[in-house]
Design a protein. Sequence first.
Length: 209
Amino acid sequence: MSSAPNDGWVALRAVDRELACCLLFTPSASRGWLADLLSLLHELESAVRIPSEPMLAVIRLQWWVDAVAGDDPGAAPLVGRLHHHLADGRLQQDQLVALIGIWQDRLQQAPDDAPSCWAQAFSMLMTLQVRADLEPVAATIGHVFAGGAAEAVTLPDLADMRRICDADTRWLFLLACMLRRGLDGGGAADDSLLVWRMLAWRWGVRLPS
């Protein structure tokens, strides 16, 4: 069940470069399990979006429940890394099942409502990081991250976020900066200077307005 320290981050970078860049500014001790949780969220989203039939989505989500609850860490690389975090006590099985449950509930209630789904998931990530005070703002960021209308929510003040986010939750602040910049017309997907911009944001320099 062992894995190299950077395996989770490298895997996330292949799926979501921007999120991976945000995690560069978190402590290495937290980066791996956060990267794997964010990769899991992307896997769950794919499970809902890709299948042509709702029942296939149900089966794919149940596969993840069985994978994290089972005893076969070799089922997939991400499963192996999640089992590693379970074994070292960083994560609990019921926490992973609860995350998957957000997508299972979405299938039953509002299959197309990705923003609400990601809002709940980001809020739960703050619970796992023992930052209940950040749950509301994390929900807002998750909503916008998943394509929800920014005018439907109140994005946080970035200077305030920078002040209240600690090293382990700095990724959320940087993601908020990136989303704000995107709303202002500055895309991140092809931004060759993204990491340098994040470095400036991390120190409070030229925060997006």
